[in-house]
Write a protein that binds this ligand. Structure first.
Ligand code: DX5
Ligand code: ZN
Length: 220
């Protein structure tokens, strides 16, 4: 599976978001990671479907990878599908009926993902693997950009990679939090194929240089 670099716009300059997204895509990003926080499931508040729609209206055609850190989840799914989301992922603890929420995402024509926090067990994946297009492993506790990568995630990535390899169909394995030029290769080696990076990209003046260095590290 082609490795994807997914800049998290949480660390972008929101006053010029359309330009920021154009710039990271021109710099070589594969998809846009869109962090939705509700000041309830996580202690921070960000952006919703209107901003996703605004990016589509601005002309963004790349996949938009919506990471819902919200509780409850279901009411936002039709809204994000309508706003142009490509992938919608949610935290299973935030949904009363995980299978139903996954089906809701698929019924709205989006790809579906589950997100596991650092301390969330893999058993949440049992019995729903056939409904997943993506598994997102958090390598920080959700809520903020710029936190340090939690090393125990690497073992979790290895275990999820094994589960995915036992499936007949492709499922992306994405890792989110604290990914930098100097640890992306290790995360890839553990089995991830999709890499979210917020502060590592947006806190640097040269997006192209960071993304190229990440790609180089992935090829090493
Ligand atoms: C954290 C978010 C992440 C965050 C990553 O809750 O889900 O996507 O933006 O930021 P960095 O790459 O700075 O850790
Ligand atoms: Zn995220």
């Amino acid at each position: 599976m082609k490795e994807w670099i997914a800049p998290s716009i949480l660390s972008a300059d929101f006053a010029r978001l359309g330009q920021e997204v154009d710039d990271v895509l021109a710099a070589g990003a594969d998809i846009i990671h869109f962090d939705v926080m509700d000041n309830h499931y996580v202690p921070n508040l960000t952006i919703g479907p209107m901003v996703c729609k605004a990016l589509r209206n601005h002309g963004v055609t790349a996949p938009i990878d919506v990471h819902l850190m919200v509780k409850p989840v279901d009411a936002l799914i039709p809204q994000f599908a309508e706003a142009g989301a490509s992938i919608i992922s949610f935290h299973p603890e935030a949904s009363e009926h995980v299978d139903r929420t996954l089906q809701l995402i698929r019924d709205h024509g989006c790809q579906a993902g589950l997100v596991l926090n650092p301390a969330t067990p893999l058993s949440y994946l049992d019995f729903v693997m056939d409904k997943l297009d993506l598994i997102l492993l958090m390598s920080v506790n959700p809520g903020f950009g710029g936190q340090a990568f939690i090393p125990s995630t690497l073992e979790k990535v290895r275990q999820v990679r094994q589960r995915i390899d036992q499936q007949q169909r492709p499922i992306r394995l994405e890792v989110d939090g604290g990914i930098k030029i100097d640890n992306i290769a290790e995360v890839a080696k553990a089995g991830a194929d999709t890499f979210v990076a917020g502060s590592a990209i947006f806190n640097n003046d040269d997006y192209h240089a960071v993304i190229s260095e990440m790609r180089k590290a992935l090829q090493s």
